[in-house]
Design a protein around this ligand. Structure first.
Ligand code: ZN
Length: 702
């Protein structure tokens, strides 16, 4: 993994800039999907499979002072299809001590070549694909000695991390943990770095008695060695990709929970363990929710979550053993500001999309990451309602739009210049929003049935984007190349100019939409959308399909409407420019039902803040059910005149004291200090000193 790309959090991903590859004109085949873009000279498909690893058994000891992994690997494998006497394994920076074939209890030495990156083994004979063989490799892995720039591309590629290994840093606990994605697990055990390579495994680790260990699957047994160490053996009997293998050890406290009859556990540093349930306690409910939503019960032996020290990115969805960064070590006060729940739901949803069904190549990474990102939305929608979920969806849209200005990349991209570049706002946030559009396009029933079909058909296997399309086509009975081609296999997004007007003579609403994106680089989109026309105290929904560069839709309406609400479901991944008046936005704020309806209106009020009706409308937003909109309204108070300030003062003062969301209380305190400093705020500011939220304390001291 290039950990800097692993920032799961949308706000972080939005600020990561990547080098651009040349944008090429996208020519879309209407029937079949071309893997390579015409004219592109790079093509990264799936890796060729020569050998299939069936099972890996590792026996690991550790030299903490020298940061060494001392390993014995037993690998059961077979040729993938064609007969062969050669096995090529990835193994970065090892000292190879022995390579042998195991036959009953005997070891038969084998010839091998090792170049510091690959171990090429010559077997004793040619094997057919139905003939298994078992290899024994004794080795020492030296992850800290891998040189950045020559052996590995970055610090994030070491694969195995000793934290304060020699115990000399009193500020850090002694731990180790691993990070396999993308192709880094071969820094600590010989394997095949290919997401298609799925295997079962058994890992034994010998560590000091004061430490606990974690790996994939279930703890099979633990034995005390009588020398101050113990050996734990973990087994996973269900196959998963080699990049998802993990080990960790350290002085963690384990808090145990349960989902149905399966163990759910939280590994935390002892100081934070008392708050483990506050931070991770919704996990069993999430597992139940995702099991029901997908129709596929959580398919693994257990689910553990571990918070380690100095983790590079946000979190990693190692099968049954997700690793999190230190920011999950939260106090109760910090939790008032950020629950980090989106990270928890993201990694958990990967256990269906990523771990159970895995993208077969890095080019198809969105099959993992777009789903995990959309998993956050699904959980938020279920737990906190559509209004809040739409707020998080809007944050994803914003993250993608601000990122996309720097580059135009296909979502599924066979022409990436570096596989680590796949971990970006296109694979995550844009992909998540595309799945939301797919859901709105085919309907909830079809969407979740298709996900179920995709998951069950490809369980414990890998998939590419066409497998997803085929599942949707089978369920809906529709050809969906148009959707998948324009969204998953092309770059950019629609830029829509929307002009709505009422023709009094004809008694008709006319909506003209122009697609203004650069059609040399970006597709002309086919966009089903709803147009709601509000007139005579009711509204009429019109379902239309935009498929031309400029298209006019007309609807008969007896009287001039108060509002024409285009994209009424507010689901389009697009930039929109509309010609609505302030009065129409005021109507939209009070009558249209969705978070995005109100957000669009509030953004318009901000822009038109010099007009009194906009300022009056903004005062009403102080009571909005969305905390983000309330915060925007509080921040707007600096633009009010004296009389208006007086009229909202009591409201803002009460928000500083008791708004349910800490960020709104903090914004209100900042407003009181800046925009209402002539008033007597002493009591409320004094009281806020008892508010535990860090954002409130920051606002008080700034
Ligand atoms: Zn992810």
């Amino acid at each position: 993994m290039k950990s800097r790309f692993r920032w799961y959090c949308p706000f972080l991903a939005a600020f990561i800039l990547f080098s651009c590859s040349t944008t090429k004109k996208v020519v879309l085949d209407p029937i079949t999907v071309s893997a390579n873009k015409p004219g592109a000279n790079i093509y990264h498909g799936s890796y060729t499979r020569l050998t299939d690893i069936i099972h890996t058994k590792l026996d690991l000891k550790f030299d903490w002072d020298s940061a060494l992994v001392i390993g014995k690997a037993f690998i059961q494998a077979r040729p993938w299809f064609y007969p062969s006497n050669t096995v090529i394994l990835n193994a970065k920076g090892f000292k190879i001590e022995q390579v042998a074939l195991t036959q009953q209890d005997d070891l038969k030495p084998l010839k091998y070549l090792y170049n510091g990156r690959k171990l090429t083994i010559t077997l004793d004979k040619i094997y057919n694909h139905d003939q298994k063989f078992s290899l024994y490799i004794q080795y020492v892995a030296m992850p800290n000695r891998l040189k950045v720039g020559t052996d590995i591309a970055s610090e994030g590629d070491r694969g195995f991390y000793f934290i304060n290994g020699d115990g000399k840093d009193s500020s850090k606990p002694r731990q180790f943990w691993t990070q396999g994605e993308t192709e880094c697990n071969s820094s600590w055990f010989p394997t095949i770095d290919d997401p298609q390579e799925k295997m079962t495994q058994e890992i034994s680790m010998t560590v000091p008695n004061r430490m606990v260990t974690l790996s994939n699957g279930a703890l099979d047994f633990s034995s005390d060695n009588g020398d101050g160490t113990h050996t734990d053996t973990w087994r996973q009997d269900l196959p998963h990709s080699t990049y998802l293998t993990m080990v960790a050890a350290g002085g963690f406290s384990i808090v145990k929970d349960k989902w149905r009859d399966k163990e759910v556990s939280y590994y935390m540093e002892p100081a934070f363990a008392p708050d483990a349930r506050l931070i991770f306690g919704k996990t069993p409910e999430m597992i139940e929710f995702f099991s029901k939503k997908t129709g596929v019960d959580y398919p693994w032996e257990k689910y553990s979550q571990i918070v380690v020290h100095d983790f590079f990115g946000g979190a990693m969805e190692n099968t049954t053993a997700t690793v999190f960064f230190e920011r999950m070590n939260m106090t109760k006060d910090q939790y008032l500001d950020e629950s980090n729940e989106d990270i928890i739901s993201h990694e958990l949803f990967h256990h269906w999309f990523g771990d159970l069904v895995t993208a077969e190549s890095w080019a198809n990474l969105p099959l993992n990451e777009s789903f995990a990102t959309y998993g956050e939305y699904l959980w938020n929608e279920y737990k906190y309602g559509r209004d809040y979920a739409d707020y998080t969806g809007w944050k994803d849209l914003k993250a993608y739009l601000s990122f996309d200005r720097g580059k135009q990349e296909d979502v599924i991209r066979y022409d990436y210049s570096d596989k680590e570049q796949m971990f970006d706002a296109v694979s995550y946030q844009k992909g998540g929003r595309i799945l939301h559009m797919l859901r709105k396009t085919v309907g909830d029933d079809a969407f979740f049935k298709a996900l179920n079909l995709y998951l069950t058909r490809n369980a414990y296997k890998t998939a590419e984007i066409n497998d997803l399309r085929m599942a949707f086509e089978e369920v809906t009975g529709q050809d969906l190349n148009w959707f998948f081609n324009q969204w998953f296999l092309a770059s950019g997004h629609p830029v829509l100019k929307i002009d709505s007007r009422y023709d009094t003579a004809e008694k008709k609403v006319l909506v003209t939409i122009t697609q203004q994106q650069d059609l040399n680089k970006i597709p002309l989109y086919r966009l089903p959308l709803a147009i709601d026309v509000y007139a005579d105290d009711t509204y009429q929904r019109n379902e239309v399909v935009l498929e031309q560069q400029t298209q006019t839709f007309s609807f008969s309406v007896l009287h001039e409407p108060a509002l024409i609400n285009v994209d009424a479901e507010k689901y389009l991944l697009a930039e929109k420019k509309e010609n609505k008046t302030l009065q129409q936005y005021i109507f939209q704020y009070t009558h249209a039902p969705l978070f995005m309806d109100r957000l669009e209106a509030v953004q318009a009020f901000e822009k038109m803040g010099q007009e009194k009706p906009a300022r009056d409308a903004m005062a009403k937003v102080l009571d909005d059910k969305s905390w983000e909109l309330r915060r925007m309204a509080v921040n707007f108070s600096s633009k009010l005149n004296d009389a208006e300030k007086t009229s909202v003062y009591d409201k803002i003062k009460s928000m500083a004291a008791s708004d349910p969301r800490s960020y709104v209380r903090a914004a209100a305190i900042t407003a009181l200090k800046k925009d209402f400093k002539d008033k007597d705020n002493r009591e409320v500011l004094q009281k806020a000193k008892n508010d535990g939220a860090p954002s409130v304390q920051k606002a008080l001291t700034e």
